[in-house]
Design a protein around this ligand. Structure first.
Ligand SMILES: C[S@@+](CC[C@H](N)C(=O)[O-])C[C@H]1O[C@@H](n2cnc3c(N)ncnc32)[C@H](O)[C@@H]1O
Length: 287
């Protein structure tokens, strides 16, 4: 039986409410503010200062493709063969140079551009895909691998669900929405209050359905149950400290991964604790 990650086209359609170019513009603005690798200091120069990017749990790799379109050398990683094939095909069709790696984000070692280890200026994990790291050990191992993939001064930008979605009486995101794309309308239901978070594991088995109706009346549907681990800010930063300690104990080259900023949306002006914040975006930097 196929699941949602075996249906990249439907997945991308369901997520078409996002403004990917605007999100990538925000990512590059944060790079201009916080990246200290290469020759520059944070905020130095006019551009973002980064020239290579690694998108983790990339799925269709929309952000990586946009970064590549803007001149960065982009690599993507995903566990799903269908997602990897789709990302590669989309990049090829658009004439974009994209390296696609099928691997597990819990433990990976990818050579950067030029085949050097630890050579990415920027790593990103978008749309709460870190929810697929189910345990503390998963998250710590993931952060160790990310740290090893970054140049000193390199950034890891992670977009997570906002904690208010779990702790407030009224969630900040909707679990039902409709997308109108050229020649097709998609009705999406993903999670929602009927899916209960397991209070011990912090994993929610989210029931989702996408129904796509084409202009000629053809209907395609996918339904799945997708496990989603909820991470708090304090858990995430504690996991980074644990990853740093394990890295140092293993005698790896020096350099820790530290939280340098948080945001509540893809812009400079929405703090994480703003009432309008609806994402939890964390920026970590490798020293
Ligand atoms: C919600 S989708 C997000 C895709 C993409 N980040 C985006 O913004 O559209 C989650 C992706 O994580 C991938 N994934 C799940 N577990 C993974 C793992 N352990 N390692 C790598 N990728 C994983 C799935 O195959 C899927 O493509």
């Amino acid at each position: 039986m196929s699941g949602i990650y075996d249906e990249p086209e439907l997945y991308e359609l369901a997520c078409a409410y996002r403004d990917i170019p605007a999100e990538v513009t925000a990512l590059l603005a944060w790079c201009a503010s916080y990246f200290t690798g290469g020759a520059g200091e944070a905020g130095a120069g006019d551009g973002p200062g980064v020239s290579s990017a690694l998108e983790l749990a990339a799925g269709p790799a929309e952000h990586a493709r946009e970064l590549a379109r803007r001149g960065l050398r982009a690599t993507t990683l995903d566990l799903s063969p269908a997602m990897c094939a789709y990302a590669a095909a989309q990049a090829k069709a658009a004439g974009i140079d994209l390296r696609v790696v099928e691997a597990d984000m819990r433990d990976f070692a990818i050579a950067g551009p030029g085949d050097t280890r630890a050579a990415f200026d920027l790593a990103i994990t978008m749309l709460n895909s870190a929810c697929h790291l189910f345990t503390l050990d998963d998250l710590v191992r993931h952060l160790i691998a990310v740290r090893a993939s970054l140049v000193p001064g390199g950034l890891y930008i992670v977009e997570l669900a906002h904690p208010a979605d779990f702790f407030d009486r009224v969630p900040r995101t909707s679990s039902e929405w409709t997308v109108d794309a050229p020649g097709v309308r998609a009705e999406v239901r993903w999670g929602g209050r009927t899916d209960r978070i397991d209070p011990v594991t912090q994993v929610t088995r989210e029931h989702m359905t996408i129904t796509a109706t084409s202009a000629d009346g053809t209907i395609r549907t996918v339904s799945d149950v997708v496990p989603n681990r909820f991470w708090t800010l304090t858990e995430f930063t504690a996991a980074a400290e644990l990853a740093n300690a394990r890295t140092a104990a293993a005698g790896a080259p020096p350099g820790s991964l530290d939280l340098v900023a948080t945001y509540g949306d893809f812009d400079e002006g929405t703090p994480l604790d703003a009432p309008s914040a609806w994402r939890m975006i964390l920026i970590l930097r490798r020293s």
